[in-house]
Design a protein around this ligand. Structure first.
Ligand code: C2E
Ligand code: CA
Ligand code: CA
Ligand code: CA
Length: 278
């Protein structure tokens, strides 16, 4: 029996076994989560660093598991991708976010922005169909909606993504590069893509006030984005020193715990009533 090798015994490894069980359980629960309305979008303010006005939000998903409580997107997004569930979930995220945006734009009567994260699996023609449905169903100004993609998603299939993103742009919807600087950092593709916003990854913003290396990178991204007519948002702003440094170096927007964590829809409405962090 010993001859059958490690692979045969691995399945009886109690730790591995419990991981397999947990994963299967998670998949099972995820299959019903959308129908059971267990997902919720939180909204994190994006703030104009000059005026402290809240000009937009980023939508961030959470899973309210009936027994396990709140589950982070890090724990379930990749599983929903492997299960193919990210397609209906992605549509739900886009529709729910845009419905909320439309409500806020009417209530506060100004062109508030909303940024929505996309999964690489959503980058196909069904995205365009979903966007067209949304634009006809909810009254939003298309250019107030931005779709966040990462550099690695671009590299994976540059030709088809290039085509798809131009279709998004034809609808006047804007495109942001998320976690900018952490991926391939290949500036050359930016000219070919209809990108409007660069989001400086929070790893550069962390310790920005002390770390010379991060200052150099952040400054180059700000200068670069301005030279090609893009807007720039700093993620993960946690301290007043970071906010001030960014403001002094010409970064237009900031997002992070210094201003606010991601908020429940009702809390987000309340901060919009105040309008700014001044
Ligand atoms: P991300 O797009 O880079 O989102 C920013 C993450 O940083 C969020 O984590 C946010 O809560 C966190 N954050 C915000 N401010 C600060 C700060 O000042 N300091 C620190 N340390 N962190 C901050 P979250 O909500 O757990 O989301 C994690 C990731 O899950 C996101 O990273 C994104 O990649 C993914 N994700 C979230 N919502 C969605 C979604 O609706 N669709 C898809 N496809 N992915 C999503
Ligand atoms: Ca993001
Ligand atoms: Ca990010
Ligand atoms: Ca990230």
């Amino acid at each position: 029996a010993k001859q059958r090798g490690k692979g045969k015994y691995a399945i009886f490894d109690p730790i591995m076994h419990s991981q397999v069980v947990e994963r299967l359980q998670m998949e099972n629960d995820l299959r019903h989560a959308l129908d059971n309305q267990e997902f919720i979008l939180n909204y994190q303010p994006i703030v104009n660093l000059e005026s402290s006005v809240i000009e937009g939000f980023e939508a961030l998903i959470r899973w309210q598991h009936p027994k396990k409580g709140l589950i982070s997107p890090f724990k379930f997004i990749s599983i929903t991708e492997e299960m193919g569930l990210i397609i209906p979930l992605g549509q739900w995220i886009l529709k729910t976010g845009c419905q909320q945006l439309s409500t806020w734009q009417k209530q506060f009567n100004y062109p508030l922005k909303l940024s929505i994260n996309l999964s690489v699996k959503q980058l196909n023609n069904s995205l365009i169909t979903t966007l067209d449905e949304i634009l006809s169903e909810y009254e939003i100004l298309p250019n107030t909606l931005s779709l966040e993609i990462t550099e690695s998603m671009l590299i994976e299939n540059l030709e088809s993504t290039f085509y798809l993103l131009h279709q998004v742009k034809e609808r006047n919807i804007s495109i942001s590069i998320d976690d900018f600087g952490t991926g391939y950092s290949c500036f050359s593709y930016l000219h070919r893509l209809p990108v409007d916003i660069l989001k400086i990854d929070r790893s550069f913003v962390h310790n920005l006030e002390f770390n010379h290396h991060n200052q150099l990178i952040t400054e180059s991204i700000i200068v670069l984005s301005k030279s090609i007519g893009m807007s720039v948002i700093a993620e993960g702003v946690e301290a007043v020193e970071q906010k001030n440094w960014l403001k002094q170096h010409g970064c237009s927007w900031g997002q992070g715990y210094f201003f606010s964590p991601p908020l429940l829809p009702l809390q987000a409405t309340m901060v919009l009533e105040k309008g700014s962090y001044q």
